[in-house]
Design a protein around this ligand. Structure first.
Ligand code: TXA
Ligand code: MG
Length: 346
């Protein structure tokens, strides 16, 4: 995260662009967001156009610290207040019932709204400047639909370009995102009937949430609000990604190399190997999450036929990272089978 003094002229200029309906990319502690005025349907429509994202997918509304959530949501359960006291500002998004005057463009036509107060100092300063701290900035991750989320300003420029042709009017600098994976999303919009539902795992774990509200969140049912980060194929680089256990890595690499395939490797316990490119990831889950998207982008740029990722422990601490990796590598078996059969993956 940025330890630099805040560039207030740039932040004020970005706030004015948002007020004029333009798109601004902003750093947050999770990933960079592609922001627009949440109360302007044409501005929100620009996000969907820039990302190439279906317009029935809702976006998160980012609020300044101390903002009145009663302006955005109705029927707010006591659990929401407790979680806000415990985790805001920070990487937790709450899905609540949408107030009737909030445009349904931010919720993809659903009757809910996703709210989050980010802790990154640049995001907070922007939210304070925008509409005097009374506005909401709708911001999905600043990547094209289905791609890997950006954790640096350069990643955003790589996605959308910069300068006159870019749909993004301004990219605010904020260093590398601390957390590195998207916020935990908890649905409280159907509290009375369904209880709390964990739509997307993240840095704030189900156990931490249960510690505050005294109830373990459930996994989504068929009628749960849609969340695009919950699609099977998501967070994927253009190079195919396959998850392989540490026990199977050596053999898999040998067979791939034998078939003339170029391999990029993201390893953690596995020793340094002969590969086109490789990255040794940090051991702890937080450090791993911090580096994950930059590693996927770097290995994607290596020109390999496949990115092999050493699979990780399956416990609560790794839930957020495992969720993202499982989606990036959603067809591991098929990818390996096609490569070893000598065919290009489709
Ligand atoms: O960490 C984050 O959450 C980042 C940063 C920029 O804040 N944002 C982010 O946005 O990941 P996005 O759009 O890539 O993912 C937001 C998720 C989506 O899966 C979306 O469907 C869900 O939040 N979401 C937003 N509002 C919702 C709603 N009303 N009901 C259900 N899901 C919602
Ligand atoms: Mg996203």
């Amino acid at each position: 995260m940025s330890e630099q003094p805040l560039d207030m002229p740039a932040i004020r200029a970005a706030a004015r662009l948002l007020e004029q309906g333009e798109l601004v990319a902003l750093p947050t502690e999770t990933v960079y967001g592609l922001g627009a005025d949440a109360e302007s349907p044409p501005a929100v429509a620009r996000i969907y156009a820039a990302k190439g994202r279906p317009s029935n997918h809702p976006v998160i509304v980012h609020l300044a610290p101390g903002a009145d959530i009663g302006y955005w949501a109705v029927d707010i359960p006591a659990e929401a207040r407790k979680l806000i006291d415990a985790f805001w500002p920070g990487p937790l998004t709450l899905i609540l019932k949408r107030a009737p005057h909030i445009p349904d463009a931010v919720s993809g036509g659903q009757d809910s709204v996703g709210l989050r107060c980010p802790s990154h100092p640049v995001a907070q300063a922007l939210l304070q400047e925008f509409k005097n701290g009374q506005g909401g900035v709708a911001a999905p991750s600043a990547n094209r639909f289905g791609h890997v989320s950006p954790t640096t300003a350069q990643h955003v420029r790589d996605e959308f370009g910069s300068g006159p042709g870019s749909p993004v009017a301004c990219v605010l600098e904020g260093g590398q995102s601390d957390v590195g994976i998207e916020s935990t999303i908890l649905d409280l919009s159907r509290m009375a009937t369904h209880g709390p539902v964990l739509l997307r795992p993240g840095h704030i774990s189900a156990a931490q949430i249960a510690g505050v509200i005294g109830v373990q969140p459930c996994t989504p049912d068929a009628a749960a609000p849609r969340a695009s980060g919950t699609l099977e194929a998501h967070y994927a680089p253009s190079t195919p990604v396959a998850l392989v256990t540490v026990e199977e890595l050596a053999g898999t690499m040998e067979r791939l190399t034998g078939a003339g395939k170029r391999v990029a490797l993201i390893r953690r316990s596995f020793p340094e190997a002969v590969a086109l490119a490789q990255i040794a990831m940090p051991q702890p889950p937080d450090g791993y999450a911090h580096d994950l998207y930059a590693a996927l982008r770097a290995m994607d740029a290596a020109g390999a036929d496949v990115i092999l990722v050493e699979s990780l422990p399956q416990n609560d601490a790794w839930q957020g990272v495992n969720d993202r990796l499982r989606r990036a590598a959603h067809d591991s078996q098929g990818i390996l089978a096609r490569l070893l059969a000598g065919r290009r993956p489709v």
